[in-house]
Design a binder for this molecule. Sequence first.
Ligand code: UDP
Ligand code: MG
Length: 316
Amino acid sequence: MKKDNVKVSVVIPVYNEEESINMCFTEVDAECQKLNKDYEIVFVNDGSKDRSLEILEELASKHKQVKVINFSRNFGQRPALMAGFKMATGDVVINIDADLQDPASLIGKFVAKWEEGYDVVLAKRTRRKGESWFKKITSKIYYKVYRWITKSKTPLDCGISRLLSRRAIDNILKLSEHRIYLAGMTELVGFKQTVIEYDRDERRAGKTKYSVKSLFNLAINNILPYTSFPINFVLGLGLFLGVVGVMGLVALLVLLLCSVPFSTIWWLVAAITTATGVVTTSVGIVGLYVLAAYTETLNRPKYIIAQTFNLGEDNE
Ligand code: UDP
Ligand code: MG
């Protein structure tokens, strides 16, 4: 059968996955062959300390569709994904984890949606097997709060695995920020997005590479580039305290003028509230300037054009 004239890239970050790599390759390769398209499987070895690199080298020597990027040390899943995206040459790029918690069968479903005309296909987990209740609950609370403060529209429970069209991936790669958060970046670049549903499996082998501490760091990392909420909160709190403090002082003055007796401690309370309000507001104002400077350093595009009409190719 003649192949479609498109190429699919699958990017897989790898950190100490010696037990999973071969199985992962076999399943991903089988799924890719079903597509009847050109494809490549880009493994990014993120400084594994086990035999992962050896296994990847062997796979690459046997299968020309296997490409391997080997990091000099462990940089993290996110930088690994970005490196894979940068090297991927496909018209469409899919990322999945080496442990196949997001099953290889997603590949075919992703591509089918892309063929319907979507640039971004996300995968929503209907069930999450093999995760501790602690991880499930904290992740649920975190994403609820995240969506609330960042106004994110990404559906809850979308995993990291996704399909990105060439134009979506090119625009994600243009984002020069160092705090990589794929969900935020994907939402930021826009284009036609959709969601498919799947059951998240247990890890087939090995253990999760994320500790509670690293998850906490990632959680903070994810929020900062996508919201001014903390600064607005501080500013709001400062203004609130300032207004309450001044109102207290005025009220005490009125009571004094009307000769209504009250404890002098209230002068102290009102004065401290006003002073705290002034200091907190000042911190908030400084925060606004820091935020403005931070936003400039991100140097994000002011807009992204999906297509133009009657403007000629040079303007696209
Ligand atoms: N990973 C990576 N670098 C890291 C941690 C993880 O490349 O520092 C890879 C890992 O090999 C796997 C994927 O990222 O392919 C997801 O990791 P893991 O399955 O441990 O995360 P979890 O599913 O527990 O969130
Ligand atoms: Mg996993």
